[in-house]
Design a protein around this ligand. Structure first.
Ligand SMILES: [Zn+2]
Length: 80
């Protein structure tokens, strides 16, 4: 009943490591970007980062489109 959860930490000790973002293979913690050394994974990761940037920009644009009229109306109310 009173088995503490803190003990599981010790019994389940694993050396610190990361996993490749693409193929989940164990890699060094210092690996940056977080991918293994396979060319396939490196190029895939590069593409992912690019598309992530594009998604972020798109989201900002959409946010701007929706937020601008809202902000403008507040500014106009304050000004007028
Ligand atoms: Zn990989």
């Amino acid at each position: 009943m009173s088995e503490s959860a803190s003990k599981t930490k010790n019994s389940n000790r694993v050396l610190p490591h990361k996993h490749c973002k693409i193929c989940q293979e164990a890699i060094s913690t210092k690996a940056e970007p977080r991918v293994c050394k396979k060319e396939e994974c490196i190029t895939k990761n590069g593409k992912n980062e690019k598309s992530q940037k594009q998604v972020r920009i798109l989201m900002l644009v959409f946010f701007g489109i929706f937020a601008l009229p809202f902000i403008a109306s507040i500014v106009l109310q304050v000004a007028g």
